[in-house]
Design a protein around this ligand. Structure first.
Ligand code: GAP
Length: 460
């Protein structure tokens, strides 16, 4: 039923479900809310953790040639000079002089005349906005300031003195923490090329126009892999990680028709990149970047070598040479991915003449794997249900619920995407069996109590 729903209507339903069922709350709500800032509730934090665990398992732990890292958010400020972020990590912003609204200049142009201006200077964008007589989307005025560059890094001070010598930045990507630890990992772990370093952590960008719920925010989490390869083998590994990331998404339930690749044209490439392909997803507000895969060449290791004066080379036993490896980087935002999984999973169908909403989440991602219900609050049903719950909770995140009608209990679990509901009824006392209902098909199986754990393990 989702396919017929307009994007805005679908987004409204998703935002409302996220709040109602404890996935995502408005941040600082009791103080009127902090714009474009969100908190994850009890269901959201489970879903987020399951996404991160799935990524860590498939990109780090189960791969012989990838190790993990957890680096600090605030790092030496020279890192951002070396990486190019201080000089180049900018967006052009422009203000409407009449209503004082502020916009990203590239968005204003793209929305008004459909022109892609990536790579153009602020002065060139100002000229386009004047020549094309583009109007302010809020008040319709054509009275603009000039576009000017705005660095996206959050700046703060370390220590008690607030002067230029104590300026530090919140990292805008986790990747630099990996690059500056490259030598540590090579010297302390038995890694040989090709090998990767993976990291999950917070990143911060002072976005001019955050929005679309948790899609673009100023504080977000990234899952990044820097995969180091010999120069000359980079194209092959670039193709490998593009496919691997795409297969990972479809393996976790995102349908291939809602995913695509988008190659960046040479003028759109970031300052460090030789080639970048985004995996894009069909969000309710349009096709947007979900996952960036970049060939960063040896830019980062070389620049850190130059700025720090420390050797960042790798000794290649085969050739007997010291080389600076190339890097292939698949980088994805956890929050954006969580939104894509919820959008994909949101389903409405009709049950007993009324609309039912359920999240068709992959069982590995579902926040709650099973819910246990006694049909009534009477003994011995409660005791039997509690025994099942106590056994299952050691293995999965499960819920116990004895309140309200069974129908309402099912609806709640459907909306949070619980794949299995287990009901202990009066027949259970005699036959020592329970009814297990599957979320999508509503199919019910009668299963011996002793077999419930195995039944779930076979399916989750
Ligand atoms: N280290 C490379 C890098 O950071 P990026 O394309 O700027 O590349 C990678 O970001 C991914 O991080 C994006 O594909 C997106 O999933 C996520 N991301 C970037 N900015 C974001 C924001 N403001 N809010 C939420 N997620 C964001």
């Amino acid at each position: 039923m989702k396919s017929n729903m307009a994007g805005e209507e679908l987004m409204n339903k998703i935002v409302s479900l996220c709040k109602r069922r404890g996935f995502v709350y408005q941040n600082s709500e009791i103080y009127g809310g902090m714009a474009n800032t969100w908190d994850y509730g009890p269901m959201g934090v489970e879903l987020k953790m399951n996404i991160k665990n799935a990524w860590w398992k498939d990109f780090v732990r189960e791969r012989e040639n990838v190790v993990g890292l957890d680096s600090a958010i605030i790092m030496h400020p020279d890192i951002w000079k070396a990486s190019g972020h201080l000089d180049s990590f900018n967006d052009a912003l422009i203000d409407c002089k009449s209503c004082k609204s502020r916009f990203r200049a590239d968005h204003i142009i793209e929305d008004a005349i459909g022109m892609d201006v990536e790579g153009k200077t602020a002065a060139e964008m100002t000229e386009i906005i004047h020549n094309e007589e583009i109007k302010c989307p809020v008040c319709g005025s054509k009275d603009w300031t000039d576009a000017r560059l705005f660095n996206l890094m959050f700046k703060t001070f370390q220590g008690v003195v607030e002067d230029s010598s104590s300026v530090v930045y919140l990292r805008p990507e986790t990747a630099q923490g990996i690059f500056v630890n490259f030598k540590n990992v090579v010297d302390t772990m038995r890694v040989s090329l090709p090998f990767g370093i993976g990291q999950i952590g917070k990143a911060f960008r002072n976005e001019i126009t955050p929005g679309n719920f948790i899609f673009r925010t100023r504080e977000f989490e990234q899952m990044e892999l820097q995969f180091f390869v010999k120069p000359g083998e980079d194209d092959e590994w670039f193709a490998y990680w593009k496919k691997y990331a795409m297969d990972w998404l479809t393996g976790l339930g995102i349908s291939a028709e809602n995913l695509d690749y988008h190659d960046h044209s040479p003028e759109k490439l970031a300052h460090y990149s030789k080639a970048t392909t985004d995996i894009i997803y069909k969000f309710p507000f349009g096709w947007e970047e979900l996952w960036g895969i970049a060939n960063r060449t040896n830019f980062d290791l070389s620049t850190h070598m130059e700025h720090s004066g420390k050797k960042m080379t790798y000794f290649d036993n085969e050739s007997g040479e010291h080389i600076v490896p190339y890097v292939i980087e698949p980088s994805v935002g956890v929050d954006r991915l969580l939104l894509a999984f919820i959008v994909e999973a949101y389903t409405e169908d009709e049950v007993d003449g009324s609309t039912r909403v359920y999240l068709n989440l992959h069982p590995a991602l579902a926040p709650v794997k099973a819910a246990v219900f006694p049909l009534s609050k009477k003994e011995p049903l409660v005791n039997m249900a509690r025994e099942i719950y106590d056994k299952l909770k050691k293995v999965f995140n499960v819920e116990y619920d004895e309140s309200g009608s069974i129908g309402r209990r099912y609806r709640r679990q459907d909306e949070i995407g619980t794949p299995y509901c287990i009901t202990v009824d009066f027949d259970s006392i005699e036959d020592k069996k329970v009814t297990i209902r599957e979320r999508n098909t509503l199919k019910q199986d009668r299963v011996e109590i002793d077999r419930v754990l195995d039944y779930l393990l076979e399916r989750i």
